[in-house]
Design a protein around this ligand. Structure first.
Ligand code: ZN
Length: 462
């Protein structure tokens, strides 16, 4: 039954830091025993300071391919919407093998940055002119291949995108690669189910947003997926931009979160991505459903989205996790730091994320994000505990941000004091080593593929 073990001098469990912890897992990579205060076994792996792996609950992998390339003045006043036009132009040029090259490099980066699983919110389905590929799952296969080859845990969320705006507005030319009817989506979903099961990936569904899917199709999509898997995760972009909220009110008389909660069976299987703009009533009602909110602080900052009211959400015991979203930043530590700093800017206070149980902000935020991220993933990745996957991250005790500190300060050093370096040394998923010496084991090969992709795309493009 027990297959392998690791002995950690310090490990962060859901209850906090424990010393001399033996973690044992089975041949499927599932943790079977966690024992604290034991003496080091004579054989086997040892670690200094071990963290649970962080689930990344929101990623658009292809956007890594143009990270950093939209930071110039494009219109008279740039915004999310002008950025979106640049992003669409990039999305229009990507071929399936380029998608795989980007995702392979990105997932290797994610693992090295402490993310041990990812929810991939995937909407580039068709050929550039909008015609389906002969194999409708071709693009999804690129992502499945990238996850399998790098070893990152995957929750694949094929996106249903149908309209260009609220009230069934027609999609624009650059959105044609995304468009699927509800029947096409459900057929794709059925096709993907065995592919995901074969590699231990979880399949969920993502109605893109209320802008992109009308009420009838949203209901049919959710019911269709529920009939095949009652527990499938459902993710939706919900209230990222003020204009989106205004357009929703003009269309329905309600704000997007309020509309969704009244018209869809939102529960703990749902993840509300960028629930940035909610009123007090929406914060209370959304938290009561048990749904997770997906916070993507570095992307929300990059796109000028606005600031989520973290204290209000936590005041209602709301669940949350972090996502790298546009992937201009790929670092679990930096997402948590940016989340905390966004609150400090706004409230002119410090240590907003600390809790009664965990006065260290880093520890409190980290454990919350692991727990909420696992819920949103629909996978057993909720930390170092029996029944969860052996997804683990080791801090490098010799890194300047961590060296010489007591363990509860080491995580703070990693998140708040590492100055764009990383104190991560080794990473395991399902008990298998993926990152050693701060480098993914396939780093060089993945990077070469990524650079080739960039050369091809930027030669072919504008
Ligand atoms: Zn997104």
């Amino acid at each position: 039954m027990i297959y392998k073990h690791i002995f950690a001098q310090q490990a962060l469990l859901a209850t906090g830091w424990r010393q001399n912890v033996l973690i044992e897992w089975d041949e499927n990579g599932v943790i079977r025993r966690v024992t604290a205060d034991v003496s080091s076994p004579a054989v086997g792996e040892t670690a200094g300071c071990l963290l649970p792996g962080m689930p990344n609950l929101h990623s658009h992998a292809f956007q890594r391919g143009f990270a950093g390339l939209t930071e110039y003045r494009h219109g008279r006043q740039d915004s999310f919407w002008s950025w979106r036009n640049l992003m669409y132009a990039f999305a229009a040029r990507i071929a399936p093998e380029q998608m795989e090259a980007i995702a392979t490099w990105l997932y290797a980066e994610m693992l090295a940055a402490g993310y041990t699983s990812v929810c991939e919110f995937h909407y580039v389905h068709h050929q550039p002119d909008g015609a389906p590929y002969a194999d409708p799952a071709l693009m999804c296969r690129s992502l499945l291949n990238a996850a399998r080859n790098t070893g990152i845990g995957l929750t694949l969320l094929p996106v249903c995108y149908q309209n260009g705006g609220f009230g069934g507005q027609p999609a624009a030319a650059l959105q044609q690669r995304f468009i699927q009817t509800t029947a096409q989506m459900l057929a794709l979903w059925e096709m993907l189910l065995p592919l995901c099961q074969r590699q231990d990936a979880r399949l969920g569904i993502a109605p893109h947003s209320l802008r992109a899917v009308d009420p009838g199709n949203l209901a049919a999509l959710v019911a269709g997926v529920r009939s095949m898997d009652a527990a499938a995760p459902i993710h939706i972009h919900i209230a990222e931009q003020v204009k989106e909220v205004e357009d929703c009110v003009a269309w329905s008389g309600q704000r997007p979160v309020a509309w969704l909660l009244e018209h869809a069976p939102v529960d703990a299987r749902w993840c509300l991505i960028h629930a940035t703009h909610m009123n007090e009533h929406e914060y209370r009602m959304a938290a009561a459903t048990g749904a997770v909110v997906g916070l993507c602080p570095t992307t929300e900052g990059n796109l000028g989205d606005g600031i989520f009211d973290y204290p209000l959400w936590r005041g209602h015991q709301g669940r949350w996790g972090i996502g790298s979203d546009s992937n201009s930043v790929v670092s679990a530590a930096e997402e948590l730091q940016t989340l905390e700093y966004s609150q400090r800017f706004h409230l002119r206070q410090r240590n907003i994320g600390a809790s009664d149980a965990f006065p260290e902000v880093a520890t409190a935020l980290y454990l919350d994000a692991v727990s909420g991220g696992a819920q949103a993933s629909g996978r057993d990745v909720a930390g170092i505990a029996v029944g969860q996957r052996a997804d683990m991250v080791e801090l490098d005790c010799r890194h300047h941000a961590v060296a010489g500190l007591p363990v509860e300060k080491a995580l703070s050093g990693h998140i708040f004091g590492s100055s764009r370096t990383s104190a991560i040394r080794r990473v395991w998923t399902g008990g298998t080593l993926r990152v050693d010496g701060a480098r993914h084991l396939l780093r060089d090969q993945a990077l070469a593929g990524f650079i080739d992709m960039r050369k091809q795309l930027f030669k072919a493009g504008a």
